[in-house]
Design a protein around this ligand. Structure first.
Ligand SMILES: [Mn+2]
Length: 376
């Protein structure tokens, strides 16, 4: 029932889009975000013959910022499409945006508030797949499935596959990706990153790691690419090699940067890189080396005094009893001024002020102690 309703609300939102609209698309800043955002562009062009006018990346996770709302008002935006971001976290800001635009949010992060209204269409992963762990239904695949309800868009299967690989959803959508690879004559390998399609994901993910981020370039690269080769031979390739070298350096030498708490099943890895590689590094460490452990990667405070943290626990994608790193980080940052936490059960991130670091760390360890043997 919920699924039928979600699909019909989605169709209605798309139906009501007209040439008079000024459309802003706001994807998340990772590869699933970029893939889902590009899919929105391509599907609107194919189905509605309309190209969105504004592409807006935002680095704060929560919701609309004042600046974004002002900018949208100035540009007379009438429709806002958000992908892969939990904008339902702050309902008041949705209300502010509703004053001048209709909003569509398609997201698979934790479900916070049902902000559905006359002006807002919220579609969260559990509405479409109630039995699935939300993190296993990436935004690119959600967008693909939703537009597929309107028209055949199978020529964009490869774009949805990029999001699936990037968000570590292969276990759920293996046959979908495999089929597309077969069609393109790409041989399956257990390490997907050794294949052409995995390579394209790595290259696109370098955009977010760059300093300053090259998100616009990654979006354009994927948007204009006719096939995977055009991504692999793009400008982003050189940048991605530098980023990968840096990730591999920390991956190989992780011990030098690690404080390990074997009894509590958690490790802290401190890195200091000119690239923003916490998330690809913590993925690699967690998936390949420590799948049964909570791995936390952080870097020294930035110019605003913020310490950024990325945490993973692969087990939390599989077992309900395992420590959910989203909950762990929410617990450890609760009430700390200027802090934030969010994400999925197996993969989450947080920001903590420098002066609160020890408190944060103590809380993390306490949480792990309480979780005890049942935790993981
Ligand atoms: Mn995602």
């Amino acid at each position: 029932m919920a699924k039928k309703q979600a699909i019909s609300r989605f169709k209605k939102f798309i139906n009501l889009i007209s040439e008079k609209d000024v459309i802003a698309v706001m994807p998340d800043i990772d590869v699933d975000g970029i893939s889902s955002g590009v899919l929105v562009y391509k599907c609107l062009e194919k189905i509605k013959k309309i190209t969105p006018q504004i592409l807006q990346f935002q680095h704060t996770r929560s919701c609309f910022t004042e600046e974004t709302l002002e900018y949208f008002k100035e540009r007379k935006v009438t429709k806002i499409i958000v992908t892969d971001q939990a904008f339902d976290q702050i309902p008041e800001q949705i209300k502010d945006a509703e004053k001048f635009a209709d909003i569509l949010i398609v997201d698979h992060h934790e479900f916070y508030h049902n902000v559905n209204s006359k002006k807002t269409t919220l579609i969260k992963a559990p509405m479409l797949k109630p039995k699935e762990e939300g993190s296993q239904y990436c935004a690119a695949k959600m967008i693909y499935d939703l537009f597929s309800e309107i028209q055949d868009i199978s020529e964009f299967k490869w774009i949805a596959s990029l999001g699936i690989i990037a968000d570590n959803n292969l276990q759920t959508f293996k046959s979908f990706v495999r089929q597309e690879m077969k069609k393109q004559g790409i041989k399956w390998q257990n390490d997907i990153f050794k294949t052409k399609i995995g390579r394209a994901v790595s290259i696109l993910s370098a955009a977010d790691a760059a300093n300053p981020p090259k998100l616009q370039l990654a979006f354009e690269t994927l948007y204009t690419a006719e096939n995977l080769d055009e991504i692999i031979n793009s400008k982003l390739n050189k940048l991605s090699k530098k980023v990968e070298d840096e990730i591999n350096f920390y991956y190989k030498n992780y011990e030098k940067f690690t404080e390990d708490f074997p009894d509590l099943n958690i490790m802290f890895v401190e890195i200091n890189s000119r690239f923003r590689i916490k998330s690809p590094l913590v993925n690699k460490l967690s998936i390949r080396k420590f799948p049964k452990k909570v791995v936390l990667v952080f870097s020294p405070a930035n110019q605003y005094g913020d310490i950024k943290i990325s945490a993973r626990n692969q087990e939390a994608g599989k077992s309900k009893r395992a420590v959910k790193v989203s909950k762990l980080l929410e617990y450890a940052t609760k009430g700390l001024e200027g802090s934030a936490a969010g994400g999925h059960a197996p993969a989450a991130g947080a920001t903590v002020k420098k002066q609160d670091w020890l408190k944060f760390k103590q809380r993390v360890l306490l949480y792990m102690e309480k979780a005890g043997k049942n935790g993981i």
